[in-house]
Design a protein around this ligand. Structure first.
Ligand SMILES: [Ca+2]
Ligand SMILES: [Ca+2]
Ligand SMILES: [Ca+2]
Length: 143
């Protein structure tokens, strides 16, 4: 498939398929731990597991939220409720390779100003002007 013509959702599905491929050889317990990962068990020392993690305070402090795919609206989240305009630290635990960087946006639906969180980056605080501002994010090949 022509990568340039993929829709947003299709790109996300590709990520998920890729994840399944990579974890197919891993034990069941490990796979379960990965899929249950994210909220709660997150830490700044987390190894790459495909998730984008955020916290409400600096230094990975306070409540957290984590997503394996894109999220167009931080106001509503199944596991962590409203995370809109709360993010004060974050970590890109995505797998290196395709869709490894995370573009974060000031508004929902990937609108407004945006900045790039490179693969593997941990920000103990946000860049100037970005504290309590992020409202959506998406995975990209490079940003
Ligand atoms: Ca959401
Ligand atoms: Ca905050
Ligand atoms: Ca915002």
């Amino acid at each position: 498939m022509d990568r340039a013509h993929r829709t947003h959702g299709t790109a996300d599905q590709t990520r998920r398929r890729s994840w399944r491929r990579r974890t197919a050889g891993v034990g069941v317990a490990t796979a379960l731990a990965l899929s249950a990962g994210g909220v709660g068990m997150a830490s700044a020392a987390q190894a790459a597991d495909g998730y984008f993690r955020v916290w409400e305070h600096n230094g990975a402090g306070g409540a957290g939220c984590a997503w394996f795919g894109d999220d167009a609206d931080y106001r509503y989240n199944t596991d962590c409720g409203n995370f809109n305009d709360r993010v004060s630290s974050l970590k890109n635990d995505g797998y290196p390779g395709a869709f490894e960087d995370v573009q974060i946006f000031e508004d929902i639906n990937y609108r407004g100003a945006s900045i790039c969180v490179p693969n593997g980056a941990y920000w103990s605080s946000m860049p100037a002007g970005w504290n309590d501002r992020v409202s959506s994010h998406k995975w990209v090949n490079a940003c």
